[in-house]
Design a protein around this ligand. Structure first.
Ligand code: SAM
Length: 346
């Protein structure tokens, strides 16, 4: 939550009469404090109503004096307020419950990622080479991996209906290949609406578990194959009616991303359809979306050697690989996601 500076203090910093970077320093402290509170269960406890300090410390089994210091910073940060019955969540704090719920999971994930992997950012910029390996790090952090997968799943749940409307499948397709499809939510949605369709989901081994579980829960195991592998090198099953390449290209540098588009198109039968989803480099209409997207781009560059590729560039790669010029559909349920849909020619 932005510090609620009185206008005269804000004006002083805007004029440059004081170091405005102080705000970022304090916000960073608040960010850490908010995640600590999440992990201690502060927001979860206050979800059930206000609490006096002593009662809250007892309930959470934490040191009362230190809890007070944490809560006071979160009051300044706008997440908590002190009311007649003790500490309570503000509307900003009401977005947070626990580290595994809703936006709390998002905050917890980014806290781990930035806290552990953003060191050495200057070296990435200096050398042009990523200093970290996001997916190798995730493999060693099963708790963070679960949160990362949960975030992808929730985004998919939010947009899948619109995706199916905007990117319909031609005729009666029989074979779909979902590259980097992990949780399999999109493949499942397409299979549900096309009874004759079977899907192959290819992803890193540890990413496939949530997909397997979801497919089993729907009783569709017979129509799914889960293939562990690296999508840069794995042999891809050919003759596909549909290939999905959703939110994968941004994990790779341009040359690799371009090759992946070629591989995806190569797996299609002539007339088959490539459906691609990516994050826009410049979402319009929201400073919040713009800020997050720029931070996301820098994160990809530093932790994966990836980056956000302009959709126009990706569209060019699709045509170069043998597709018709793709149709572009920006999602309305997300200010940052866009679909490119094109058929393999020939
Ligand atoms: C951002 S997630 C997108 C997941 C899903 N397609 C979606 O749109 O919600 C990227 C996916 O690509 C997978 N991935 C990343 N690098 C990969 C690689 N080298 N080989 C196979 N899968 C990879 C990840 O495991 C992850 O499931």
């Amino acid at each position: 939550m932005p510090l609620d500076l009185p206008p005269d203090e804000a004006a002083t910093l805007r004029r440059g009469d004081g170091p405005a970077v102080q705000i970022d320093l304090i916000q960073t402290m608040i960010f850490h404090a908010a995640v600590a509170a999440l992990r201690l269960g502060v927001f979860g406890a206050l979800e059930r109503g206000p609490r006096e300090l002593g009662a809250l410390a007892g309930e959470l089994a934490v040191d009362e004096a230190n809890l007070r210091a944490l809560l006071r910073l979160l009051v300044t940060g706008g997440y908590l307020a002190e009311g007649p019955d003790g500490y309570e969540r503000t509307p900003a704090g009401a977005w947070l419950a626990g580290p595994d719920d809703g936006f709390g999971a998002v905050l917890d994930f980014w806290h781990s990622l930035i806290g552990e992997l953003w060191q050495g950012l200057e070296e990435t910029v200096r050398t042009g080479r990523p200093q970290r390996d996001f997916y190798a790090w995730l493999q060693e952090r099963p708790d963070v991996l679960t949160r990362f997968q949960g975030i992808q799943l929730r985004i998919a749940e939010w947009v899948e209906k619109e995706v199916l409307e905007l990117a319909a499948l031609p005729g009666e397709p029989a074979r779909l290949l979902d590259l980097g499809g992990g949780h399999a939510r999109y493949s499942l949605a397409y299979c549900r609406s096309h009874p004759g369709l079977s899907a192959t989901v290819l992803d890193l081994p540890e990413a496939l578990e949530p997909g397997r579980a979801a497919v089993e829960a729907e009783g569709l195991t017979g129509r799914f194959a889960f293939v562990p592998g690296d999508l840069r090198t794995a042999e891809l099953p050919g003759g596909q009616d549909v290939v999905l390449l959703f939110n994968v290209l941004h994990g790779f540098p341009a040359l690799t991303a371009r090759t992946l588009v070629g591989r995806a198109v190569g797996a299609l039968r002539p007339g088959g359809r490539l459906i691609l989803m990516e994050t826009l480099t410049d979402p319009v209409g929201s400073v919040l979306e713009e800020g997050f997207t720029r931070g996301f781009d820098l994160n990809l560059i530093h932790t994966q050697g990836g980056r956000l590729h302009p959709v126009e560039t990706i569209a060019g790669w699709m045509v170069e690989a043998g597709c018709s010029p793709p149709a572009r559909h920006d999602l309305t349920r997300s200010a940052t996601l866009s679909l490119l849909v094109a058929d393999r020619e020939g």
